[in-house]
Design a protein around this ligand. Sequence first.
Ligand code: CA
Length: 231
Amino acid sequence: MAKVLIIEDEKAIVDIIAFNLKREGYQTEEAYDGQEGLRLALQPDVDLVLLDVMLPLMDGFELLRRLREKSNVPVIMVTAREEERDKVFGLESGADDYITKPFSVKELSARIKANIRRHMVDRADHTAAQQEAGRCGPFAVDSELRTVTKNGKPLELSQREYDMLCYFIASPGRVITREELMEKVWGFEYYGDLRTVDVAIRRLREKLEDDPAAPRYLVTKRGAGYYFTKE
Ligand code: CA
């Protein structure tokens, strides 16, 4: 069930909106001033914010500006006057839509539905794009969860192995020297023994190769380094 946060200081209006949205199957939450509104709008379970412009403690524009520093939750601004409405888009406020008072419940509900749907489509596109970007042959990187799967099965990697594999996957076919790996994966100017890299590669191969003795994906380029191939 989608949750709509109503930020509006006129209790009578809040009650009417909440009543009607609940009847349409939404969950609602209410805030009567800008500060409380911002706090609640930043909660991850809010699917849409209905935001009045004129509010005590912090007005709707300021609230939206601060909200947008951290969140892209859909926001419908509720404006009372022509000039407020102009301001919503004139200032590139970050609102997704606006509605002018007085509005019908039917119109409001249609706007809410459209904005929630659009946001979900955007989010799904984003996830799909991210998955596509992290795919390399049988391997897929999920950079949010910091996991790599091979043919859909998760590999049990240490943090460093994950970093190393991602570094290879990011540029398939390019020969990467042990010095470069040490610097990029181990992070700092590491003057350790380069055999550390060889040992790490060997362990990584045991996790991703069908036959670690005859690696197919993480290949040695003799005298130069290693490269990753998805073929
Ligand atoms: Ca108000």
